[in-house]
Design a protein around this ligand. Structure first.
Ligand SMILES: Cc1cc2nc3c(=O)[nH]c(=O)nc-3n(C[C@H](O)[C@H](O)[C@H](O)COP(=O)(O)O)c2cc1C
Length: 179
């Protein structure tokens, strides 16, 4: 499912924010960062039933087994963007299965990447490490936000993350002009 950003002061850099969210927390963060970067937004939809206790258990097992899940093919092509920002909930101290699949399926076409995750209280660094390893490329910036902070609207970390990404994109533009 995709939503288009509007034109603004970041109009020269094309940014896509992609995320998976089982219960809405990572979606909150994704919408916030997409707004800050005037980016397009795409939700990863997977084909497994992840609702309720059964869905929780299925998600936990997928994560423990480091098993990618079947996902709906992406609607927006990552190769059309200068930067792709990818967000995942932390599952069992790692990346969620749908984001694992997305990274595996799209990594050959990925431009520059940045990652964020939402989590209950532990395992965010490991999840970000797993995302880095799956992407097979250097990462511009990373951000982790607890679910509690996300639901309180505490987006200071996301604002700092967005600033770092804007600075990076501005530097890239300068290098292109000089080159
Ligand atoms: C299967 C499963 C495993 C989880 N494992 C962890 C974990 O290892 N560490 C943690 O801090 N939170 C863990 N959580 C909590 C989620 O990371 C957290 O609630 C997150 O913000 C949910 O994002 P979402 O609402 O976008 O799905 C887990 C949640 C699920 C469903």
């Amino acid at each position: 499912m995709s939503e288009r950003g509007t034109e603004g002061d970041m109009s020269e850099a094309k940014v896509l924010v992609v995320y998976f969210s089982r219960t809405g927390t990572t979606r909150l963060l994704a919408r916030a960062i997409a707004g800050m970067l005037n980016a397009d937004l795409e939700e990863i939809c997977d084909c497994s039933d992840r609702v309720g206790p059964g869905g929780y258990l299925r998600s936990l097992l997928d994560a423990l087994r480091r098993k990618p899940s079947e996902i709906v093919p992406a609607g927006l092509s990552v190769s059309a963007y200068d930067l792709v920002v990818i967000g995942s909930p932390v599952w069992a101290g790692s990346v969620s299965a749908p984001v694992r699949s997305y990274l595996i399926e799209n990594r050959a076409q990925l431009p520059q990447v940045a990652f964020f995750c939402s989590f209950g209280g532990r395992g965010a660094d490991e999840a970000l490490r797993a995302m880095r390893a799956l992407a097979h490329r250097p990462v511009v910036a990373e951000c982790k936000v607890t679910a509690a902070a996300a639901h309180q609207g505490a987006y200071a970390a996301m604002a700092g993350f967005a600033q770092a990404l804007k600075r990076h994109l501005a530097r890239m533009r300068e290098i292109e002009w000089i080159g």
